[in-house]
Design a protein. Structure first.
Length: 274
């Protein structure tokens, strides 16, 4: 908030029009004259936005308290154009010092992950937090416990949803991580608890894609023709031929696979994401 304090001082020194109005937020709102007219304005305001900067998520209170942000928060500054033109120094704004943390080599983010990793994470045992106890029917007390999801059987057509949106109280974001999945031979047998069940091996038959942000966007799809074995791309009313190497993208939202016959233990699956 230092810039807001400086902006106020400049207003006072330049205009010399008196004290702040009683009850005004010091460093935020001042009653001054700009261009000869009384004006109560802020040099800028802060707000939390999505990662694209296209939608406001939450306005920030100007109560002087520290902001609690996380590594995924996107902060936007909205300038008042009239006040900015009078008191904002473009050259001075570039005269900043980099924090020591910015001089250290940054770890490269993993740009892709395998569908297998997602399924393993989905079926991994999770320890519930102390603030989320489970009521034990034996001892009649709330206890810290573990939970785990298991698959007992799978259908002939397997639909996989990829979670593409992450959100909390302060931000919502689209996850663009590429999830790599096989076009043929997705073996799900090891994730099925019933050891007597047939092998669960799937071939991809369709993928739906989502482009855009949370609450707004556009859907397209890839689908395989059962008769000629060719892939097609569907975009509204437009349909065109596609190749297998076009299917795996960061926009993949839902996938569908088909299980093959018992004699040839393969299935089909369809990939999707929420």
């Amino acid at each position: 908030m230092e810039h807001q304090e400086e902006g106020k001082e400049q207003l006072s020194e330049t205009e010399g029009s008196g004290e702040d109005e009683p009850g005004s937020d010091h460093g935020e709102t001042t009653q001054k004259k700009i261009g000869g007219r009384p004006c109560a304005k802020k040099l800028f305001t802060f707000s939390l936005v999505n990662s694209y900067g296209t939608a406001d998520i939450n306005s920030l209170a100007t109560d002087g308290k520290l902001l609690k942000l996380n590594s995924r928060s996107t902060l936007a500054i909205d300038w008042d154009s009239e006040t900015r033109s009078l008191y904002y120094d473009e050259q001075e704004s570039e005269a900043y010092e980099k924090h020591v943390s910015m001089l250290q080599p940054q770890k490269k983010k993993k740009t892709a992950m395998a569908l297998r990793d997602c399924i393993e994470l989905f079926t991994t045992m999770e320890t519930l937090g102390e603030q989320d106890p489970w009521y034990c029917p034996n001892c009649k007390k709330h206890q810290q416990a573990t939970k785990k999801f298991d698959l007992w059987s799978l259908p002939k057509i397997l639909v996989v949803h990829l979670k593409r949106f992450s959100y909390s109280r302060y931000w919502r974001d689209k996850l663009d991580t590429v999830v790599e999945f096989p076009v043929r031979g997705l073996n799900m047998s090891e994730f099925v608890c019933d050891l007597s069940a047939r092998p669960y091996v799937y071939d991809l038959i369709a993928v739906s894609n989502h482009y855009g942000a949370m609450g707004v966007g556009h859907y397209t799809a890839y689908a395989k023709n059962k008769l000629n074995g060719k892939w097609y791309y569907f975009d509204d009313s437009n349909v065109s031929l596609a190749s297998e190497d076009q299917i795996v993208t960061k926009a993949a939202y839902r996938g569908s696979s088909s299980r093959k016959s018992w004699q040839v233990p393969r299935l089909g699956w369809f990939a999707t994401s929420l």
